[in-house]
Design a protein around this ligand. Sequence first.
Ligand code: CO
Ligand code: ZN
Length: 326
Amino acid sequence: MIETIKILTESFGPSGRESKVREILIEMIKDHVDGYEVDKVGNLIAWKGNVGKPVVFVAHMDEIGIVVTNEIRGGFYRIEPVGGVSPYTALNRRYVLEDGTVGVVGMETETVQDAKKNMTNLSFDALYLDTFGKRVDISTFGVYDSYFYQNGDFLVSKAMDDRVSCAVLVEMVRRLKEPKRKFYIAFSIQEEVGLVGSSVLAYPLDVQEAIAIDVTDSADSPKSFKRHPMVIGKGPAIKIKDRYSISDKRIVDKLIKVAEDKGIPYQLEVLTFGGTDAAALMRTREGIPSATVSIPTRYIHTPNEVVGKDDVENTVRLLIEYVRAV
Ligand code: CO
Ligand code: ZN
């Protein structure tokens, strides 16, 4: 599974430009599912099994990024964030664009006063992308130029949000041979710009429940978010609430029961900000009871998102046992 995570996180797929990731995912799952389709907006949906009340597990394919807006002068471009990119995180980062161009983000600074002002209140207005003289087209998308790294139980890469969950779903269908209960796995587009793909993906599905799989803030570094209990290494986090949704209590209770029955470590999550595809799935049609299972992650939305190998493994186990339990 480590190799799957490496391939998926290193591939290029900012919101609205998910096609490469989708192609890779199709190759990874096609021999392990009963069927799949790509819907009109680009969500990838696959299914397996044929009995029972179906559930859909959703992970988003897209990652945060940037898009080139206009040229300042030869080889220097203005950029706009795609999804939640802090200008402080973008500054001095190396980016790779969809045409293969590599560039570095710099900051305009004519005076010491400018520098002070920018460092206390940085905005994309003061940033530019330096492509070292190479011409790029306006509207070209880019992502962090970052590579997968493993140190013991810690896995580090860009786009763990949310390709690590895509890898969980791939691993799930590879391992879950001939399940009794029917289930769907879905890979959504444009989560990072407002839960776009998940707002429509479940409309045509005969599902009774939806579970989003995503990353969550892990508060286990010095002076990390003090009202967050989630930590790396204690298992998948069963979400109680975040800013945009409250998980369906019946699904939460079932997830907890499955984890306890099978001896799978888990933790409970109350996130004081953020949201997942569950918020959109819950609002589908007449309403689909929804919940989220999260993977605790440090440095979310940076080139070095960190997850724990055991947490990923235990997330796969939890979802497999959840399907088997009904
Ligand atoms: Co995100
Ligand atoms: Zn995410």
